[in-house]
Write a protein of this length. Structure first.
Length: 608
């Protein structure tokens, strides 16, 4: 084919896990616009990612330019390019997640709807600045955010990120006077496209949304807010791995605008950066309830006598009790005492959770279910024993100790309590971590705080402290309110920090991380292999050989089987992230060449 008349070659990206493919055009094509191109034996809609200096053999031609103006503005396209490079993720994977799927669908009857105009309004260049709003009091924090949003909307658009639908609903009502768009993954592609087009055309828009909202094309971006910046819901564990708090900071930096990280219990990383001047710190009043720490080494049974007495005193005053335990079901394990067999999921290879009332075993990862067996499948024994304690068992114990008390369990799938006034004791897991559903709350009891400290993660203490502190905030506001924390480790800084304050916890946690070179003093990166068992087994030796060849120290292989899928990972520690990323590009490329489509290689730059 003669391409002498072709003016330029372009890299076109598709919403698949692919890098861009090169096409040519006889006419100039604006970057960020959609085009119709041949792909294999059909036509597909792709996005113009960039110009290409290389024209491969048998290159094909762009059939049609769909848009007159970019569907992906220049600054947002640059942001996506940065993401692809930083997270070592295919461009198509980012585009697939960020843009509404309807942009890439060929209509059967209607004509394609082009983007033919975009707003040229830009926000006043205030310069990049990050703020950390450390306000434990929810009302104080929300008022500060409302003021910031009001001022920013005078200059341009605002992207307001929330970690879940509960806060989405709250802030949608709280900021209703500014006519916000509510944006989340449960919207239909067409509704997402409608909001996307609004942001392309009209300035000074406000969106409140989950992670997806960060990618809306606001060319006049004046402010990004990340509410509850420490929340793990901002960490994406599927597709390209990224923490959206970090992405929000980078988008604000590239847009030269302001970003607010707000939290009642900031992440150690964010507070460290605020302390060292990278973020401006704004702190509010200190809320400190009456907290009593109970050493379980001096007690017998699940409920200590101190907790039992406090619950009785609270109920006698016609007040309500919230008991926290972070395990669902009757018991987390079921054991055969005769042969030691542990009932486990055949797909995920983790122990099954036991529900006594339903006589049911359930996998906590994939929801595999098994009727509670009367006999051990290994030896046929009837000596089956529950191991450990969950919320269902705690409910049983409470009904024994507190006769006549109305005890209710808040299960993970429950959205609202039918009648909170008719509850005396509410038992809950981590689901209840923001608002107290009890109008007459008098006591918060943490039954087994140590359950929060056993996760195999360097920031297990941070997560434990944040959750416990949120429960403590519920116990504020009233002289008669009290919080009791039962633990076998009363001197642990995540426990003691509840009484001593955030600064105490922060300093102790920093000391631990400094010694281990954990973030923020070093970086941990995870190299993940996904595929079938036989291919993973073949890849382990090759992967470790490549890691050693490039002089990288690592832990692994760490094996998991979530939902029956084989997953092996390696944790790599470094103080030079740029050096490590260059090495990982080589290793990832080599593994993809060796195993082609049999394995998926993923790099997580901020593993949990």
């Amino acid at each position: 084919m003669d391409f002498s008349e072709a003016k330029k070659a372009y890299d076109i990206v598709f919403p698949y896990r692919l890098d861009p493919l090169t096409y040519i055009s006889k006419e100039p094509v604006p970057l960020g616009t959609r085009v119709l191109v041949p792909l294999k034996n059909t036509f597909k809609i792709g996005l113009v990612w960039g110009e290409s200096s290389y024209i491969p053999e048998n290159v094909r031609e762009i059939k049609k330019v769909i848009d007159k103006a970019p569907v992906l503005p220049e600054k947002l396209l640059s942001f996506f390019e940065w993401m692809s490079g930083y997270y070592l993720a295919p461009a198509g994977e980012i585009v697939k997640y960020a843009l509404p799927a309807s942009f890439f669908r060929l209509p059967k009857k209607k004509k394609l709807e082009p983007v033919d105009e975009v707003s040229c309004v830009l926000a006043k260049d205030t310069g990049y600045q990050a703020y950390l709003h450390f306000f434990k009091d929810f009302n104080e924090r929300t008022q500060k955010i409302k003021t910031a949003v009001k001022e920013a909307l005078k200059q341009g658009s605002v992207i307001f990120l929330v970690p879940d639908r509960e806060l989405l609903s709250f802030y949608g009502k709280f900021l209703a006077e500014y006519k916000p768009h509510l944006y989340h993954g449960d919207l239909t592609p067409k509704k997402r496209e409608k909001i996307w087009r609004t942001f392309l055309r009209e300035p000074k828009q406000l969106v409140i949304g989950t992670r997806l909202a960060l990618f809306l094309p606001a060319s006049d971006l004046a402010l990004i807010v990340v509410e509850e910046e420490e929340n793990l819901a901002y960490k994406q564990e599927e597709g390209f791995r990224a923490n959206f708090r970090d992405l929000a900071l980078m988008r604000a930096k590239m847009a030269k605008t302001q970003v607010i990280l707000a939290s009642p219990t900031p992440s150690v990383k964010s507070f460290y950066f605020a302390k060292h001047g990278r973020y401006k710190l704004e702190a509010g009043i200190r809320l400190q309830p009456l907290i009593k720490i109970i050493d379980l080494k001096e007690s017998k049974g699940l409920l200590s006598q101190k907790l039992i007495n406090t619950i009785r005193q609270t109920l006698a005053k016609n007040k309500q009790v919230l008991l926290f335990m972070n395990r669902l079901g009757y018991a987390p394990h079921l054991l055969c005492e005769a042969c030691g067999y542990l009932f486990s999921c055949p797909r995920c290879r983790v122990t099954l959770r036991f529900y006594k009332k339903e006589n049911l075993l359930e996998c906590p990862l994939c929801a595999f279910r098994l009727k509670g067996p009367p006999l051990c499948p290994e030896c046929g024994s009837e000596a089956i024993k529950p191991l450990g304690v969950g919320t269902e068992r705690l409910e049983e114990i409470c009904k024994q100790f507190f006769k006549g008390a109305r005890v209710v369990r808040l299960e993970s799938h429950t959205n609202e309590l039918a009648d909170p006034e008719k509850i005396d004791i509410l038992i809950s897991t981590a689901k209840i971590k923001r608002f107290s559903p009890l109008p007459r709350l008098g006591c918060v009891g943490v039954v087994m705080a140590d359950q929060l400290l056993v996760h195999p993660s360097y920031h297990a203490a941070e997560e434990a402290y944040q959750l416990l502190k949120r429960l403590a905030i519920m116990a504020c506001g009233g002289e008669e309110k009290v919080m009791l924390v039962q633990t076998f480790r009363p001197s642990h800084h995540a426990i003691l920090g509840l009484k001593e304050g955030y600064e105490y916890f922060f300093q102790k946690e920093l000391e631990f991380r400094y010694l281990q070179k954990y973030p923020p003093f070093g970086r941990l990166v995870e190299l993940i292999l996904l595929g079938k068992d036989e291919h993973i087994s073949q890849a382990i030796g090759q992967t470790e050989g490549l890691l050693e060849k490039h002089g990288l120290s690592f832990w692994g292989p760490l094996e998991r089987h979530p939902r029956g899928k084989a997953r092996v990972s390696y944790l790599i520690q470094t103080e030079n992230l740029d050096f490590l990323r260059k090495k990982l590009v080589i290793i990832k490329t080599d593994l993809e060449k060796l195993f082609k489509n049999r394995l998926r290689i993923v790099v997580d730059m901020s593993p949990l």
